[in-house]
Design a protein around this ligand. Structure first.
Ligand SMILES: [Zn+2]
Length: 687
C-alpha cells in the first residue's frame, strides 16, 4: 500500500503540499503554482516562453478575484540591475521550487529562477499565514556575473490588475511631522483615484510624509490593502489607466544604488498585499490582524500595553533623588515601566550615566525601580553624538554627511560598519550595566543621509544602506543578544511608521507629548494601518481631569510625564483610578477591531472611537466632548451581532440599558456629556 502511495505521489502530475489550512500546489506540466490558505488563493505561472507572472488573487470568503491583465502582465519581480531590467518581459528558466511550513503558522512557496543569459538568479518567496487573507512576498537577487553590478531600482510592491472598468477610492495616513513645518499628525486622506493614469502617491519611511501603507476599494467595496517593510524613504504609487484597463501598485526604494559583488545577494524589502470587502475600517482591521499574526515583534508577556512613567516632564533637569521620589509615586499609581528620558548620560554619544546627576550610580536607581515592581527603561539616541563626545573626538569621520541637529548633536552614519559595530557594543553594555528592560529609541531621522566616500557603504546608496544594513542590522543584533529588552520606536514622534518598524519594535510613539486633543487625533489616524498597541501616547498635562486622562487611553502604552511631587491630591487620586480603568480595557482594545465612529477629533466637535472584540463579543467606546455645544452624543456602535442582547453601561453615568445589537445599530444609545471638556466610557457586553 505504502509503495503505491509513494508511486502515486511520484507520478502525480500535481505536486501538492498541504498542512493545516494550507494547500500549495505546483503543476509541473503547466509550470503553475496555486497557493491557498483557505482565506485567499494566489496563482502564478512560468510560461513556455519563460515569462513569470501573477495570474490572479482571489478572496475565498467573498469570491472577489483580482486578475492580471493579459496585455499588461504582472510580475512579482521588478528591479533594475547593471542596466538590465527584470520584470514581466524577462525570460527565466526554473531552477527549483519548494514549499514548507514557516514559523507563526505560515507557509512559504520558494521559486528560484535564472534569467536566460545566466546573469542573475532570482529567488521569490511567497508566504501565507493561517486565517489571513494576505500574501506576503519577497525577492532576492544573486549576481552571477563575474563583475560587481549595481541595483538601481527595486519595486517592493509590483502588482498590475485589470481595472474591470471600476472606479476606485484610495486611502492613506500621514505620519507625525517632527519638524513642525507641516504640522502633520496622522491625518487621513481619502480620494477618488483618477482613471487617467495620474498616480496617488505615498512617501513613506523616516522623514517621509505618510505611513507605509495604502488601501483602496471599488464601488462595490471590494478592496485591496498593502504595506511594505522598509524604514528608508520609499515612494509608493497607485495608478489607474482606464485606456489600458489596468490598476497598478508600486513602491520603490528611493535613491537606490547598491553594489552587488559576484555571487553575492541583494534583498528587496518584503511587502504584503491583502484583500477585504467593506470600508477602510475593515482594511485597517485586516492589516492589523495580519501584522500581529505574521510580522509584529511579539509584545512582552503579562499586561501590555504598559502604563509608563517617563521623566520628560522634567526635561533635562533630572537627578536621582527626584527620580526615586517619582518612582515611588509612579509605582503607587500603577505604573509598570519607569523610563529615564534624555538627559541621563554624560552627553549624546557618551552613553555613561552622568555621575553628578546619579552619585549613587544609575544601576542603583534601576535596582530601586525593580524593587518597586516596575521595569526600567532608558532613552537612547544611538545615532547621535555631541561634538565633544569621546566617540567623535576619536572618530570625527563617523558622522553622516547630513546632520539632523538632534539637540545640537551630530548624526552618525549607521551604514558605516565601524559605527554600526560600536553602536551595538554601546547598546549591549548599557543594557547590562543598568539592567535595562526597555529602550526608548530616539533621534532625528533614523535613516541618515550620507554621501561620504570614506565609509564602507556606497556613497550613492545611503537610503538602503543606512536602513537595512544600518538601523535594521543594529536592532537585529542587539535584540538577538538581549532578547528580553524591548524597544519603543521614536524619532521626535512617530516619523518612521512602517511595517519594518512593526517587525523591530513592540510599540511606537505617535505624536510627541502634544496634549489631549492631539493625542486623540493621532490615535484616530494611526489605528487605521497599525495595531492599536503601535500608538503610545505621552501625556504632558500636569493637572488631570477625566477628559484629559481618557484622551490617552485608546491605543498602546499610556505614558504619563507628570511631576508627581507637584500634583494635587485630587489629580493623584484621579490618576490612580483612571490607570486602573485603563488596565481593565487594554486587552480588549489591543485585540479588537477599531471603528472610527466620527470624523477626526477637532476642538469644536464630539469624537468617538470604538473597539469591538469579536472573541468576547464586547465593545468599548470612548466619547470625548471638547467645545462642541451639544451635551450628548447618539452612539450607534458597530460590529455587534444584530440578534444578540447586550448590556450597555457607562463609566460615570449610572444608567444601564439592555438592547439588541440591531437596536443599538439603528436607534443608538444616548451618551451624556454634560460639560465642555468631558469624556465618557461606554461598555457594551453580551448578556
Ligand atoms: Zn556614511
Amino acid at each position: 500500500m505504502l509503495y503505491w502511495v509513494i508511486r502515486w505521489l511520484l507520478l502525480s502530475p500535481v505536486l501538492a503540499v498541504a498542512a493545516g489550512p494550507f494547500a500549495f500546489r505546483y503543476d509541473p506540466a503547466n509550470q503553475r503554482w496555486t497557493l491557498n490558505n483557505g482565506s485567499i488563493e494566489a496563482v502564478f505561472s512560468l510560461s513556455t516562453s519563460g515569462v513569470f507572472a501573477h495570474e490572479r488573487l482571489t478572496n475565498l470568503d467573498t469570491g472577489d478575484s483580482w486578475r492580471a491583465s493579459p496585455q499588461n502582465p504582472s510580475s512579482p519581480i521588478r528591479l533594475t540591475v547593471g542596466g538590465a531590467i527584470y520584470g514581466p518581459r524577462t525570460q527565466y528558466r526554473l531552477v527549483s521550487q519548494s514549499a514548507a511550513a514557516i514559523p507563526r503558522d505560515g507557509y512559504r512557496q520558494t521559486i528560484v529562477l535564472e534569467d536566460f543569459p545566466g546573469q542573475s538568479r532570482i529567488t521569490l518567496d511567497l508566504e501565507m499565514f493561517a486565517g489571513q487573507p494576505v500574501l506576503r512576498h519577497a525577492v532576492s537577487f544573486v549576481n552571477l556575473r563575474p563583475e560587481t553590478v549595481s541595483v538601481n531600482f527595486a519595486d517592493m510592491l509590483p502588482w498590475i490588475f485589470r481595472d474591470e472598468n471600476e472606479q476606485f477610492r484610495v486611502f492613506r495616513v500621514n505620519q507625525w511631522d517632527p519638524g513642525g513645518a507641516r504640522a502633520e499628525n496622522f491625518e487621513t486622506a481619502s480620494a477618488d483615484l483618477p482613471s487617467n493614469g495620474r498616480s496617488f502617491d505615498i512617501f513613506s519611511g523616516t522623514h517621509g510624509r505618510h505611513c507605509g501603507w495604502v488601501a483602496l476599494r471599488d464601488s462595490d467595496n471590494r478592496g485591496l490593502f498593502a504595506g511594505w517593510e522598509f524604514n528608508g524613504r520609499a515612494r509608493a504609487q497607485v495608478r489607474q489607466t482606464r485606456a489600458a484597463g489596468t490598476l497598478q501598485l508600486a513602491a520603490s526604494v528611493l535613491e537606490l544604488h547598491h553594489p552587488v559583488d559576484p555571487n553575492q545577494e541583494f534583498r528587496v524589502p518584503a511587502s504584503f498585499i491583502g484583500l477585504f470587502r467593506g470600508g477602510f475600517d475593515e482594511a485597517g482591521f485586516r492589516t492589523q490582524r495580519f501584522a500581529e499574526a505574521a510580522l509584529a515583534k511579539p509584545a512582552p508577556a503579562g499586561g501590555f500595553p504598559y502604563v509608563v512613567w517617563d521623566s520628560w516632564g522634567y526635561a533635562l533637569d533630572i537627578e536621582e533623588q527626584t527620580l526615586r521620589a517619582n518612582a515611588e509615586t509612579a509605582a503607587r499609581l500603577g505604573a509598570e515601566l519607569f523610563i529615564v528620558d534624555l538627559g541621563w548620560a554624560l552627553r549624546l554619544g557618551d552613553w555613561q550615566a552622568d555621575p553628578a546627576k546619579f552619585p549613587s550610580g544609575l544601576r542603583a536607581l534601576s535596582a530601586y525601580v525593580h524593587s518597586l515592581g516596575m521595569k526600567f527603561g532608558l532613552h537612547f539616541a544611538f545615532a547621535e553624538a555631541a561634538a565633544d563626545s569621546q566617540v567623535l573626538r576619536d572618530h570625527p569621520d563617523w558622522t553622516s554627511s547630513e546632520n539632523g541637529n538632534y539637540f545640537g548633536g551630530h548624526s552618525l552614519c549607521l551604514a558605516h560598519r565601524p559605527v554600526r559595530d560600536w553602536v551595538i557594543q554601546q547598546a549591549l553594555r548599557m543594557i547590562d550595566d543598568y539592567a535595562v528592560d526597555w529602550i526608548l529609541q530616539d533621534g532625528e531621522d533614523m535613516v541618515k543621509q550620507c554621501t561620504k566616500t570614506t565609509h564602507t557603504h556606497d556613497p550613492a546608496d545611503s537610503n538602503y544602506a543606512n536602513s537595512v544594513e544600518g538601523l535594521d542590522a543594529v536592532l537585529a543584533e542587539v535584540q538577538r543578544l538581549r532578547p528580553n529588552t524591548y524597544w519603543e520606536n521614536c524619532e521626535n514622534g512617530g516619523n518612521m511608521m512602517t511595517f519594518q518598524m512593526v517587525r523591530n519594535y513592540v510599540t511606537s510613539i505617535t505624536n510627541d507629548a502634544s496634549g489631549a486633543l492631539s493625542s486623540r487625533q493621532a490615535a484616530f489616524g494611526v489605528t487605521y494601518p497599525f495595531p492599536p498597541r503601535y500608538s503610545d501616547r505621552y501625556m504632558p498635562e500636569q493637572e488631570l481631569t477625566p477628559y484629559v486622562t481618557r484622551s490617552f487611553m485608546f491605543g498602546g502604552p499610556w505614558i504619563v510625564m507628570n511631576r508627581t511631587l507637584e500634583m494635587s491630591p485630587e489629580s493623584l487620586e484621579l490618576a490612580a483610578s483612571e490607570i486602573a480603568l485603563y488596565k481593565g480595557m487594554r486587552d480588549l482594545i489591543r485585540d479588537g477591531k477599531v471603528f472610527h465612529l466620527t470624523p477626526r477629533p477637532a476642538q469644536d466637535r464630539i469624537d468617538a472611537i470604538e473597539s469591538y472584540n469579536a472573541a468576547a463579543d464586547s465593545a468599548l467606546v470612548i466619547v470625548s466632548r471638547p467645545l462642541d455645544p451639544d451635551d450628548f452624543y447618539l452612539l450607534k456602535p458597530r460590529g455587534l451581532r444584530p440578534d444578540n442582547t447586550y448590556r450597555v453601561r457607562f463609566q460615570d453615568d449610572v444608567r444601564t440599558y439592555t438592547m439588541t445589537g440591531a437596536q443599538l445599530a439603528s436607534e443608538g444609545v444616548r451618551v451624556e456629556l454634560p460639560e465642555p471638556f468631558s469624556a465618557e466610557i461606554v461598555y457594551i457586553s453580551p448578556i
